[in-house]
Design a protein around this ligand. Structure first.
Ligand code: SF4
Ligand code: SF4
Length: 425
């Protein structure tokens, strides 16, 4: 984001790097990224890999084209650990080469954990990586969809990787996909992550994909896919559902968030960080939600593929949303381009009137536009598939969040303070 502060424009970027493209050693049923292999025309015979001059160019531009004193690299996939420790040693070497004095560089790595061992863990600890580890809950839930290429569950390998991280005191957060199974078992999932995994930072992601997701970009859905809120075909269990069977339903999503919230509120405030809840506390204070999905604006997190192609967002890696390639365009030009700005502003500008009138617009902003594929009962398109779930959750937590805000000595402001909004937009 470019913000004018005391006469200088502060330029910060957040780019999700996919150095191995969509390649992965496992084969999760609900993965939204594996299908990019066909979409992005990678040569099936050669595995995509960002290396050599291209890797150096990315690292150099990402550091030089920001003027912040803290730069965070986000490594994701596919499965980035397929590249091996030596690849990331080279990443660290290049980062050191280009980082000016006084600037701190950090690295976040998102992984399925199955390839992690002591060598990896020593390296990650030494270079202070924050590791996001994907784990869906106890074995039964994890193995339901997170399977290897032979169709066998990966729970034991993920737990082994996790143990390696713990042995070497690597900082980690958990990322849990909320799907049609986990969605109905919030407390069991939460307690497992807290008591067995030992997670103190828990990210939950709703799994939502229309059946056409592999080929059809968001906002390019066919009109017959855009159903009215409440229609039975929006339920993933319906035989003619428009969403994949493994998706969480809107009702389950609300139930899941409320269940986790109650457990967290009763026992773990200040001990466990659940970004959704922490973000709500900020939002109830009148601040802009720090999570892009619930903020007024998109567009601050580009995605870069292994071949240097840059896209508007990790969830918009489709030809329609390609901004360019770093071999021919500068990263900052793409990040701050009019097209990307329009993409960002469209999040608020395209809200249907149901969201504009909603008591919780300040906290939700219609959630992620990739999930806005239903229409309101009045027939207006652009409503979020998860709306009923979000609404239930916000209503449920409202008095408790207000209590937390007041106990911290702040007033409750259920609308974003206008200055914070100006900076955001
Ligand atoms: S499209 Fe979704 S994930 Fe991407 S920036 Fe917008 S809200 Fe965030
Ligand atoms: S809860 Fe529903 S109506 Fe309210 S802002 Fe979110 S998506 Fe829109």
């Amino acid at each position: 984001m470019a913000v004018l502060i005391s006469g200088t424009t502060k330029k910060t970027m957040n780019v999700m790097a996919k150095p191995v493209g969509p390649a992965c050693n496992i084969d999760c049923d609900y993965c939204y990224y594996l299908s990019k292999e066909g979409l992005l025309d990678y040569d099936k015979k050669c595995k995509p890999k960002m290396e050599g001059d291209l890797l150096e160019k990315f690292i150099k531009s990402y550091i030089e084209q920001q003027n912040s004193n803290e730069i965070v690299f986000h490594w994701q996939g596919g499965e980035p650990t397929l590249l091996g420790v030596a690849y990331f040693r080279e990443v660290i070497r290049l980062q050191k080469k280009y980082t000016p004095k006084g600037v701190r560089v950090e690295n976040n790595l998102q992984t399925n954990g199955t390839l992690l061992n002591d060598e990896w863990a020593r390296f990650l600890a030494k270079h202070h990586f924050l590791v996001g580890i994907s784990i869906d809950g106890p074995e039964l839930y994890h193995n339901a969809y997170r399977t290897n290429k032979a169709g066998r569950g990966t729970f034991n390998q993920t737990m082994k990787g996790l143990e390696a991280l713990k042995r070497h005191n690597v900082s980690f957060a958990t990322l849990t996909c909320v799907n049609n199974l986990t969605g109905s078992n919030p407390v069991e999932i939460y307690r497992f992550l807290r008591d067995v995994v030992g997670s103190t930072q828990m990210q939950f992601i709703p799994i939502v994909e229309p059946k056409s997701f592999a080929k059809t970009a968001p906002q390019h859905w066919r009109s017959e896919e855009v159903l009215f809120d409440g229609m039975p075909e929006l339920d993933p269990r319906h035989p003619d559902s428009v969403v994949e069977s493994w998706c969480v339903s809107a009702e389950q999503w609300g139930q899941f968030l409320c269940g986790v919230f109650d457990e967290w509120f009763s026992n773990d405030i200040g001990l466990i960080n659940v970004p959704y809840f922490e973000a709500c506390v900020e939002t109830w204070m009148g601040r802009v939600n720090p999570l892009c999905t619930l903020a007024p604006m998109c567009g601050k997190g580009l995605a870069i593929e292994a071949n240097g192609d840059v896209f508007a967002c990790d969830h918009y890696v489709y030809p329609e949303y390609k901004l360019g390639n770093i071999q021919t365009s500068d990263l900052d030009e793409m990040q701050f381009s009019p097209v990307q700005e329009q993409f960002g502003r469209a999040k608020e500008a395209s809200l249907p009137s149901q969201c504009r009138k909603c008591d919780y617009q300040f906290a939700c902003f219609g959630e992620c536009p990739k999930n806005r594929f239903i229409q309101t009962l009045e027939g207006e398109p652009g409503l979020n598939y998860l709306c009923r779930g979000w609404n239930r959750f916000f209503k449920h937590i409202d008095p408790y969040i207000a209590l937390i805000v007041r106990s911290m000595g702040y007033e409750v402001h259920k609308q974003i303070n206008s200055q914070a909004m100006r900076i955001q937009l």
